[in-house]
Write a protein that binds this ligand. Structure first.
Ligand SMILES: O=C(O)CCC(=O)C(=O)O
Length: 330
């Protein structure tokens, strides 16, 4: 893999592309050492590949109501989160697709969407990725938008506590992806945008050496994903994505931490109250102290959850901690 320095800016290298990887090889060579890779044949058994196109969605699911993010073409929606301008608009999927087709400067992005939950039959087209760790809760986020959607550099983590690993499936169109490993974080100028992500102030498309001089030293890894590619974005990796044309993608996430996996199962459970009762007291103090920031960071993250979820998560912890959480909460 050769490194290339562009002008006075950061250094780029290409993310490795592999085919025919067994799950054991994936775990050993990429998941355990926390390294990115593009798998070029991981979606061959997905009916979605080839079937999920913009015309197909327009025809089959055009009447479905959706909430889209409103952006200025080429501008990261995280930038707007920083400015407190998290704009959204209610429309239908058909309207969105017509806008994408007719308006080259379309400003709407169906981003990070729970859209699939409103059309559950779509899950038949997207089997569990063959590299997903067995038993781990699988969370899926759907992305559909025009050319030039930009998700600026960010790390996915709830309350800075719950880093997720992502198998990013590109189903339609192409996206440019740029990654920075966690050991580059001191060069990334992190800012906290929301409780689900830490985002960087650096704009990769308009580098500002005066404000962000250290970013010039960053070592970045890049690739272009096209239909059929699955990119592994390891835990705590910064990622930037720009669509090069109208695009459909699906993020498949899990937590490496067993405690966070348990919470993800709780959130996804058909009957979360019964799930919490079944696993009452399972989380010990030692399980929580391993998180960055320790117990206090975990308590802070818990306080950011909706009240009903807080109560259920509290059921999962051992009785001694229970009293501590109750005291902190009051
Ligand atoms: O595709 C995009 O625009 C963003 C994807 C992303 O940030 C993610 O999967 O976490």
């Amino acid at each position: 893999m050769s490194d290339e320095r562009r002008g006075d800016g950061p250094t780029f290298s290409s993310i490795v592309r592999r085919s025919g990887l067994s799950r054991e090889e994936f775990d050993r060579e990429y998941r355990e050492p926390n390294l990115p890779v593009v798998m070029t044949d991981a979606l061959t058994d997905w009916p979605a590949l080839g079937k999920w196109t913009l015309p197909w969605f327009e025809q089959q699911h055009g009447n479905q109501p959706v909430t889209v993010d409103v952006s200025v073409a080429g501008e990261s929606y995280f930038d707007r989160l920083h400015r407190g301008e998290n704009l959204s608009r209610e429309t239908t999927l058909g309207e969105l697709i017509r806008e994408i087709r007719n308006e080259p400067a379309c400003q709407y992005y169906l981003a990070e969407s729970a859209f699939l939950d409103s059309v559950p039959e779509l899950f038949a087209d997207i089997p569990t990725p063959r590299y997903h760790p067995p038993g781990r809760a699988l969370t899926r986020r759907f992305w559909l938008g025009p050319a030039n959607t930009v998700s600026g550099f960010h790390q996915d983590s709830a309350g800075q506590l719950a880093p997720t690993c992502i198998l990013f499936a590109q189903i339609y169109g192409r996206k440019r992806v740029v990654l920075a490993s966690p050991d580059q974080s001191h060069l990334m100028y992190p800012a906290r945008a929301s409780r689900v992500a830490a985002s960087s102030l650096v704009d990769l498309d308009a580098l500002d050496d005066e404000r962000f001089p250290l970013f010039r030293e960053a070592r970045l890894e890049e690739t272009i994903v096209g239909p059929g590619d699955m990119l592994f974005i390891p835990e705590r990796y910064w990622h930037y994505l720009r669509s090069l044309e109208p695009s459909i993608s699906l993020s498949n996430d899990w937590n490496e931490s067993e405690v966070l996996d348990l919470i993800a199962h709780l959130v996804n459970a058909d009957d979360p109250v019964a799930f919490a009762r079944e696993h009452a007291g399972i989380v010990r103090r030692a399980d929580i102290e391993v998180f960055p920031g320790g117990l206090q960071a975990a308590i802070d993250a818990l306080r950011e959850l909706p009240q009903d979820l807080q109560e259920l998560v509290t059921v999962l912890v051992e009785p001694e901690l229970h009293a501590l959480l109750a005291a902190e909460g009051s």
